[in-house]
Design a protein around this ligand. Structure first.
Ligand code: KIV
Ligand code: ZN
Length: 531
């Protein structure tokens, strides 16, 4: 049995709506904070790729979240723009203020309904039911597209879940989302729960059922697809599976699974899958969460065939080991590297193929960096270009701290020594520091120029391509007074990339600190305060 499709945004009965929450649930992941412009860029890419609903943020959480949701709502073209709100009038009103300029606004309101979550606002079952009725009715009076979620639904008693879902529908909800908040359910249970809700809750045929899964046990994709088999017609997901703890259902996985296995899962989405790779790379860059090499669909090795047997088979017939074509997800299969003789036109062409339509000024900056790189590296691959674009975009911002030059000496004996020249708010400063290895010495030199209390939470290095002249991408995550920021940079010199990444993270910390004030973080508005 499937839900009848009478709610806003719905089409035919086999169409599965894709609800992307990279900018809300994904961004909630500690350290994944994106800047305002990055959020606008990701929202635009999501809209262009055919995502049906974009959850753009949690407007009451901070001024920054409100501004981002409002601007995304104003700029959106085809997608429904949704904001999150807890079950109280202030949250809902603020959310409406942010989304109302969208051509198609949606308010998503939620409350934790499982015994553990009910205990937090200390409401009885009856009091919570009344709260749900009042807040959903209030939201519906503002907007005719309302999504309601019983948080931790998969650990909520069946009778109570059915009762509150019915109340939310009667109060005007048009989409009922069933979250597996802690990644606890399993595919059979996920399908059964949706099937039973649709079969037994009065009014269920008038709404869309959605599934929202977390990946704590690695079952988020399987659980989401099982929920669709049970009758759900909206999948909530994020690019690269970004999200708190083990993350959310990955958009690219569910979309490609529905496409490749249409024979046994006869449902379809409106997503242009050729745009997957580009947005995956952009989300990895701006969130500072690199994609694991063997990640399904978008990992660096997802289409690589290293072993002799595999290569032989693929050369004879690609279908021997490949169930999808690289082009299906936007990877060009005949990617020719550029070299130092490649001109501006070739670079522009390559950038276009990789999904970057850059303006003349940006092209000029990227071209300078490209020439520097091509002098040091014989062949410049697609991944090098992608890293270069991100780095150039980062460097183009009016940053508080800028690296001017770095000289490091190190060897088998004695400490390493780094001399750094930096611009701090436009003024040049120089410092020298010693450390346990070249990276440590360089970071200490940065701290000598710009003293700070930020603690290093993550330092990660990965090679962009193969060979000893490969660029290294370095990710640095810093935390200071509850504010977390991530920086990334790529260079053929790992120490230079590390120092740039460190400075980029510091710049982001400075921006976040200025926006929120000391010690104030969006996440301090706890989801637990839903009551
Ligand atoms: O995981 C969850 O329960 C959520 C809700 C706010 C929908 O993200
Ligand atoms: Zn969630």
């Amino acid at each position: 049995m499937t839900a009848s499709i009478a709610a806003p945004g719905a089409t035919d009965g086999d169409r599965v709506l894709i609800f992307d929450t990279t900018l809300r649930d994904g961004e909630q992941s500690p350290g994944a904070t994106m800047t305002h412009n990055e959020k606008l860029e990701i929202a635009e890419l999501l809209d262009q790729m055919g995502v049906d609903i974009i959850e753009a943020g949690f407007p009451i959480a901070s001024e920054g979240d409100f501004r981002a949701v409002s601007e995304i709502a104003e700029r959106s073209q085809d997608a429904v723009i949704c904001g999150l709100a807890r079950a109280n009038y202030a949250d809902i009103d603020r959310c409406w203020e942010a989304v109302k300029k969208s051509r198609q606004p949606r308010i998503h309101t939620f409350i934790g309904t499982s015994p553990l979550h009910r205990a937090i606002p200390n409401l009885t079952m009856d009091e919570m039911a009344e709260r749900i009725h009042d807040t959903v009715s209030h939201a519906r009076n503002l907007c005719d597209n309302i999504q309601w979620s019983p948080m931790d639904a998969t650990r909520t008693e069946w009778d109570y879940l059915a009762r509150v879902v019915e109340i939310a529908i009667k109060a005007g909800a048009t989409t009922i989302n069933i979250p597996d908040t802690v990644g606890y359910t399993a595919p059979v249970e996920s399908a059964d729960l949706i099937r039973r809700l649709i079969a037994e809750v009065p009014g269920a045929e008038d709404v869309i059922f959605a599934t929202h899964c977390h990946n704590d046990l690695g079952m988020a994709t399987a659980n989401a697809l099982a929920a669709v088999a049970g009758g759900a017609r909206q999948i909530e997901c994020t690019i690269n599976g970004l999200g708190e703890r083990a993350g959310n259902t990955a958009l690219e996985e569910v979309v490609m699974a529905l496409k490749v296995r249409h024979d046994i899962m006869p449902w379809h989405t409106g997503v242009d899958t050729t745009k997957i790779m580009h947005i995956s790379r952009r989300v990895a860059t701006v969130s500072g969460f690199p994609v694991q090499f063997n990640k399904a669909v978008v990992g660096k090795n997802a289409f690589a065939h290293e072993s002799g047997i595999h290569q032989d088979g693929v050369l004879k017939n690609v279908e021997t080991f490949e169930i999808m074509r690289p082009e299906d997800v936007g990877l060009s299969s005949n990617a020719l590297p550029l070299g130092k003789h490649s001109g501006r036109a070739a670079l522009r062409d390559k950038l276009r193929q990789l999904g970057h339509d850059v303006g003349d000024n940006q092209l000029k900056d990227i071209f300078v960096r490209f020439k520097e790189l091509a002098d040091r590296k014989k062949e410049v691959y697609d991944d090098d270009i992608v890293a270069l674009v991100s780095d150039t975009a980062e460097a183009a911002g009016a940053a508080h701290l800028n690296l001017v030059s770095l000289r490091v000496t190190c060897g088998t004996h004695g400490p390493a020594e780094a001399t750094i020249e930096m611009e701090v708010a436009g003024k040049e400063e120089i410092a020298t520091a010693q450390g346990d290895g070249p990276v440590d010495a360089s970071f200490k030199a940065v701290r000598a120029v710009y003293p700070n209390k930020a603690r290093l939470q993550l330092y990660q290095v990965s090679a962009v391509t193969e060979g000893t002249d490969a660029q290294a991408t370095v990710t640095v995550r810093l935390g200071e007074d509850g504010v977390i920021a991530t920086g990334q940079s790529a260079d053929t010199d790992t120490v230079v990339a590390s120092t740039r990444a460190y400075i980029a993270a510091l710049n982001r910390l400075i921006v976040r600190r200025d926006k929120t004030g000391p010690g104030v973080d969006a996440r301090e508005i706890s989801y637990k305060d839903a009551g």
